[in-house]
Design a protein around this ligand. Structure first.
Ligand SMILES: NC(=O)c1ccc[n+]([C@@H]2O[C@H](COP(=O)([O-])OP(=O)(O)OC[C@H]3O[C@@H](n4cnc5c(N)ncnc54)[C@H](OP(=O)(O)O)[C@@H]3O)[C@@H](O)[C@H]2O)c1
Length: 247
């Protein structure tokens, strides 16, 4: 399938590489000649020009949310599909600004580059084509209400930053205990790799139970995390991001 990605920033390029890996034909459409020149080593690129014809095309909209109106004012015709990745932007916002037979709003994350984004979405029209596109850079989960989508988007879009804090904290903590910086990074990266596989096969509570032996070393650490309120910190972080997402 041929996909036109409107935008050439961080999220646009992450999805472009993922889709290319999955054998999609990717065209990056942008306004910045220098950025497009760089990307032209890996992708077909083009500028919007004074008008850009979207008739029959499959689009991914990946500009900043405030740019929705100005970018859409350049678009002519009716696209076959349009997937918007714009935060804090509703299906209605997209439909008001652009014509497409099948429309979705979603929040991917930058693991899209490695075909590993988990992408929550809401759609109108043919869900199959939307899923085919979103599965091109990872996995996707469909939601029916904006309220659910906003909360799900925090896990998919914001939680990579939360987990980056966890990963950095773990690495720093073992450096404090005498492990070299590079070894600490390798250990933490290996931990996340292995943990992803465990999580696919089991529930977090069961993983925790399996690792904590009675009066052992792990339960001491878990008790300290609880004492420091780490669980509540995550509840508060998700609430804060959800509030912002819904504002
Ligand atoms: N980064 C993430 O982790 C993430 C996750 C989920 C969703 N998103 C969403 O993805 C979208 C892009 O975010 P990003 O992180 O990729 O930002 P970014 O790296 O700053 O890229 C923004 C893109 O929007 C383009 N743009 C901005 N204003 C424009 C305008 N008036 N006309 C045409 N193009 C315009 C920029 O073009 P120039 O290069 O020419 O300035 C650039 O290509 C946002 O809507 C964001 O909500 C991002």
């Amino acid at each position: 399938m041929k996909i036109h990605i409107l935008g050439s920033g961080v999220m646009a390029t992450a999805m472009a590489y993922g889709l290319k890996n999955a054998k999609f034909e990717v065209v990056i459409v942008g306004r910045n000649k220098d950025k497009l020149e760089l990307l032209s080593n890996d992708f077909e690129t083009c500028e919007y020009g004074s008008k850009f014809d979207i008739t029959g095309k499959n689009l991914i909209l990946a500009v900043k949310p405030y740019a929705l109106k100005s970018v859409c004012s350049l678009l002519e015709g009716e696209a076959n599909s349009c997937v918007s990745v714009l935060a804090r932007t509703s299906l209605e916002d997209v439909k008001t600004n652009l014509k497409a037979k099948n429309i979705a709003i979603c929040l991917p994350n930058i693991a899209a580059e490695f075909n590993s984004s988990i992408t929550p979405f809401m759609s109108q029209g043919d869900t199959k084509i939307i899923e085919e596109i979103l599965n091109g850079f990872g996995k996707c989960v469909k939601f029916e209400t904006k309220n659910e989508l906003d909360a799900a988007s925090v896990v998919a879009g914001c939680a990579p930053a939360y987990l980056a804090v966890v990963a950095e904290a773990l690495a720093n903590a073992v450096v404090r205990e005498g492990v070299k910086k590079d070894d600490a990074s390798k250990l933490v990266s290996g931990l996340f790799d292995g943990f992803a596989k465990l999580l696919e096969a089991s529930h977090p509570a069961l993983i925790k139970e399996a690792v904590c032996s009675p009066a052992g070393t792990t339960i001491e650490g878990v008790a300290k995390l609880e004492e420091c309120g780490v669980r509540n910190a995550f509840f508060e972080a998700v609430k804060a991001s959800c509030n912002k997402q819904r504002s």
